[in-house]
Design a protein around this ligand. Structure first.
Ligand code: C2E
Ligand code: MG
Ligand code: MG
Ligand code: MG
Length: 292
C-alpha cells in the first residue's frame, strides 16, 4: 500500500506528467488516429436549480475512449489537442454528439434542458466556430437559446476586441455565454464591464474551501455576491457534500453542480437518471435540496 511506503513516495501517475518528446510523438499520433476514428465519448453532468432542486441543464464533458476501452480524462489530452489544433475537430464531434443527444436528455427530464459545452481558447478563435455550432444545432433541431458555451478567462485575455467580436457573433442567434472556472484567472473583473456574459461558474476550488478547517468560504460567498450584484446567473461547480450545498443556497447561488448531486454519465445513464428524478415523488437529491 502506498501508505506503507512512507510519506515521500506518493504513488501518483498521470499521463500528462509523462509527455517528454518521444512520448508526446506517440500520444500525438494516437490522438490523430482517434480523431479519424471518432474515438471519443461525451458524458453529461446534470446541473440543478439550488432552490427547487430541479435539473436545469447538463454540461457536456468529453473523454477519449482508447481502443482497449480505457477512458482518458480531458486534462490528459485537451492540452495536446490545443497545441496541435486537433481540438477543433474534437470540438466539432462534441457539438454534434451533444446536440444529437439533447432531445433524448430533454425528453427524459420532461423539459428542454440547457446544454453547456466547453470551448478552449483555440476553438474560440477558430473562424468557423459560429458556423460549425449553428450547423450542429440546425441539423438536430436545437434552438440556439438552449445552448450555453463555457469559456475561461484565458480564452478572452490578450485580445479583448477580438473576443468581444466572437462573443457577439455567438450571442446574435441567442447562444448564451458562461465564464468557466471563474475567480482563478489573472485578469481582474474589469472586463465584466465591457463583455456581456450570462453566467459565471465559480471554480470548484472555492467550493472546496467551504466546510473545511483550512479553507475559508468567504471567497465563494464574495464571488456569488459579485455575480448577483451584476445580475449575472451564478453556478457553483464541484459541490461534493451537504455542507457546501447548504452554504451555497444560503448565499443565493442560483445553480449547483457536483458529484454530490450527480456525476458525469454517458447518455443512456443520464436518460435513466433524469427519468428517475422526474418520476420519483421525492427524489433523493430534490429532497436533500428542499429540506435544507
Ligand atoms: P470544467 O469545464 O470546469 O468541467 C468541470 C470538471 O469538474 C469536469 O472534469 C467534472 O467531471 C469535474 N467535476 C464535476 N463535479 C465535480 C466534483 O464534485 N468534484 C470534483 N473533484 N470534480 C468535479 P472533466 O470532465 O475531467 O473535465 C475537465 C476539464 O476539461 C473541464 O473543466 C473543461 O475545461 C475541459 N473539457 C471537458 N470537456 C471538454 C470539451 O468537450 N471541450 C473542451 N474544449 N474542453 C473540455
Ligand atoms: Mg465547464
Ligand atoms: Mg469549471
Ligand atoms: Mg476546470
Amino acid at each position: 500500500r502506498a501508505k506503507d511506503q512512507g510519506r515521500n513516495t506518493v504513488q501518483i501517475y498521470t499521463p500528462s506528467m509523462e509527455i517528454d518528446s518521444s512520448n508526446r510523438f506517440v500520444l500525438e499520433s494516437e490522438l490523430r488516429e482517434a480523431c479519424l476514428r471518432k474515438e471519443f465519448l461525451v458524458m453529461y453532468q446534470p446541473v440543478f436549480d439550488s432552490g427547487s432542486g430541479e435539473i436545469t441543464g447538463v454540461e457536456a464533458l468529453v473523454r477519449w475512449r482508447r481502443r482497449d476501452g480505457t477512458l482518458v480524462a480531458p486534462n490528459d489530452f485537451i492540452p495536446l489537442a490545443e497545441e496541435t489544433g486537433l481540438i477543433v475537430e474534437i470540438g466539432e464531434f462534441v457539438f454534434r454528439t451533444a446536440c444529437r443527444d439533447w432531445k433524448h436528455l430533454s425528453r427524459a427530464a420532461g423539459r428542454p434542458l440547457r446544454l453547456a459545452i466547453n470551448l478552449s481558447p483555440r476553438q474560440f478563435r477558430d473562424e468557423h466556430l459560429t458556423a460549425m455550432i449553428l450547423q450542429a444545432l440546425r441539423e438536430n433541431d436545437v434552438d440556439p437559446h438552449y445552448l450555453e458555451v463555457e469559456v475561461t478567462e484565458g480564452a478572452l485575455i490578450g485580445d479583448w476586441d477580438g473576443a468581444a467580436e466572437v462573443l457577439s457573433r455567438l450571442r446574435e442567434p441567442g447562444i448564451h455565454i458562461a465564464i468557466d472556472d471563474f475567480g482563478i484567472g489573472y485578469s481582474g473583473f474589469a472586463y465584466l464591464r465591457h463583455i456581456a456574459v450570462d453566467r459565471l461558474k465559480i471554480d470548484r476550488s472555492f467550493v472546496g474551501d467551504i466546510g473545511h478547517d483550512i479553507g475559508n468560504p468567504a471567497l465563494a460567498g464574495a464571488l456569488i455576491a459579485l455575480a448577483r450584484g451584476l445580475h449575472i446567473s451564478v453556478t457553483a461547480e464541484g459541490v461534493e457534500n451537504e455542507n457546501q450545498l447548504a452554504f451555497l443556497q444560503d448565499q443565493g447561488c442560483h445553480e449547483v453542480q457536483g458529484f454530490y448531486l450527480g456525476r458525469p454519465m454517458p447518455v443512456d445513464e443520464s436518460v435513466s437518471f433524469f427519468e428517475k428524478e422526474r418520476h420519483a415523488a421525492s427524489p433523493e437529491k430534490q429532497t436533500a435540496i428542499a429540506t435544507l
